[in-house]
Design a binder for this molecule. Sequence first.
Ligand code: HEM
Length: 208
Amino acid sequence: MRSSPASPQPSQPGNAWDTRPPAGGWGARFADGTVTSPTRRAAPDRAARHGETPMQESLVQVHTVAAVVFVVFHAVSAVTLLRVRRQRDPVTVRKMLRVSRVATVPADLALLTVLVAGTWAGIITGAFTGGRLWLWAAVAVLVVVLVAMLTLVSPNVEKWRRLVDEKADPPPPDELATALSARAPLAGGAVGLVGLVAIVWLMVTQPF
Ligand code: HEM
């Protein structure tokens, strides 16, 4: 296909996305001294364009994919938290909490991967020591969220589990209703939601 006169010319250096061979074919020398290799495409990959090494790029990709996996599986626990509060049947409560517990296994593994890959990337890019305050802000928000989960949410969910344990006597209906309607886990979930939005915003915009 012929290119229109207005379109960028293949031989222009700096036209990074043009995958057509430069004038003179692959192996041609640009005016600035750059030599294209016959085996290399003209378009540099994302890592090169952003000044990242392939290792840094891989770590950021693993970090991002693991974050998505965490959110998907932890959403199961989040939805359970919201829905179980209206239940009064111990068997239904037990089944719902079992689903939430199963979901915590992949969620926790994904969160661990997020932390390991993110910390590793932060160390090799020097981001922790390079004055990137957004990164430290994200770490601080994460600590607040984890404290909220481990003090407001998990202890209450464990209490519900003990109440509906199939090896124990069925709980008095009032006791179960009172435990399920506690406000603390909801407050913890709200902290988690706000924290999650804040962390994603900090990661995407890197504002300071
Ligand atoms: C950045 C956001 C969040 C992080 C890092 C986080 C992290 C955690 C961690 C580490 C645990 C304890 C370990 C475990 O049991 O798996 C946990 C438990 C839990 N979280 Fe979150 N969480 C977040 C957001 C939320 C939100 C928004 C909600 C609900 C609206 C929520 C609901 C729960 C529930 C219900 C549990 C108990 C799960 C169970 O034992 O079955 N979390 N969270």
